[in-house]
Ligand binder design. Sequence first.
Ligand code: NAD
Ligand code: TYD
Length: 350
Amino acid sequence: MKKILITGGAGFIGSHVVRRFVNTYPNYQIVNLDKLTYAGNLANLKDVENQPNYRFVKIDIIDAQAINELFAEENFDAVIHLAAESHVDRSIVDPTAFVMTNVIGTVNLLNAAREYWKGAYDQKRFYHVSTDEVYGALGETGMFTETTAYDPHSPYSASKASSDHFVRAYHDTYGMDCVISNCSNNYGSHHFPEKLIPLAINNIKNNKPVPVYGKGENVRDWLWVEDHARAIDVIFHQAKTGETYNIGGHNEWKNIDLIHLLCKIMDKKLGRKEGESAELITFVTDRAGHDLRYAIDSTKLQKELDWVPSLQFEEGLEKTVDWYLANDEWLNNVTSGNYQSYYEKQYKNR
Ligand code: NAD
Ligand code: TYD
C-alpha cells in the first residue's frame, strides 16, 4: 500500500492524473489536495469520488500550518505536485498570486516533506509537475531539451522556474528524492474555458467571436492530456532520483492554423456550412511579452522510459470537441459559476 498526495487534483491535468492513479492502482491510497480556486472543479472527478482508495482535502498550499498538519496526520510515501496558478494572462494582471501559490506553496510542501520524511528520504518521492515555458521562447528553429538554460518571460513562467529551482535545491541540499517534468501545452476534456482550445470551442459553439492574439503566428506544441498523465505515471515510477524529463508530442501548430482546423471540425459537428465558424475569428491586441514559439524535444523520455504519445492531433482535437459537445452541463456549470457549489453539495459533510 502506497499513500500518495496529489496536489491540484481538481484542476485540468490534476483530475486526469488522479483518475489514472485511482483506477490503475487500487492498492494505492490517493489523497487529492486542492484549494478549489476558480480552476478547481470537483465535478471533474465525479466518476472516482466514491472509490475507497480516494479522498479529497480542501487546503490552500500557502497555508504552511495546514500542510504540516496533513503531513503529521497522513504518512505519505510520495507527493505529485500539480497545484498552481496556471494561466499566463492572469499572471500578467496579478503576478503576486503566482508567487504565493507557485513559489511559496511549493516551498511549503517541500518543507513539510523535508521535516516529516527525515531519515527516510530514500523511500519517499517528491514529483514536481512543471512547464516548458520555463525555457523561454524559441525562434523559427530549435527545440527545448532538458539542458536548455532557463529563460522565463511571463510572471507565470518565472514563478514555475523558481519552483523548479527550489525542488532541485532540496534534492541537492537535503538529499531528498525529487524529480521534475516539463511539459508542453496540454489539451483534452475538463479544460477550463479560459485557455485557447476550450475557449475557442465554447465561443464557436455559442457563435461568439474567437479572439486570436496578434497575427496568430505564435506556435505551441500540443499534447493530449491523457498522454501527459501517462507520462507522469511512467516518470513517477521509473525515473532515477534528481532526474528531469521533457514531455511533448512533437506537434507544433501556429495558433491561427489550429483555430482554422478547430473551426472545420466544429462546422462538421454542428452541421454548419464549411467556413461558417471561421467567420468568428477575430484578431485582437497581442499578449504582452507573448512568447513566439515553444517546441519540446522529448527524446530522453522516449528512449529511457519508452513513452510515446498515443494520439494524432486531429484525432485528439476531434475527441476533445466531442467531449465538450456531449458535456453541455459541465460547460454551462463552469461558465455560470455553478460548479463552485459542487463541494458544498457533495463533500462538505463527508
Ligand atoms: P489548472 O489551473 O487547471 O488547475 C490548477 C489546480 O490547482 C486547480 O484545481 C486549483 O484549484 C489548484 N490550486 C491553485 N492554487 C492553489 C493553492 N494555493 N492551493 C491548493 N490548490 C491550488 O492547471 P493545469 O492546467 O491542470 O496545470 C496543472 C499543473 O501542470 C500546473 O502546475 C501547471 O503549471 C502544469 N502544466 C500545465 C500545462 C498546461 O498546458 N495546462 C502544461 C505544462 C505544465
Ligand atoms: P494559452 O492556452 O493561454 O496557453 P499558453 O499561453 O500557456 O501557451 O494560449 C495558447 C496560445 O494561444 C498562446 O500563444 C496565446 C494564444 N491565445 C489566443 O490567441 N487567444 C486567446 O484567447 C487565448 C486564451 C490564447
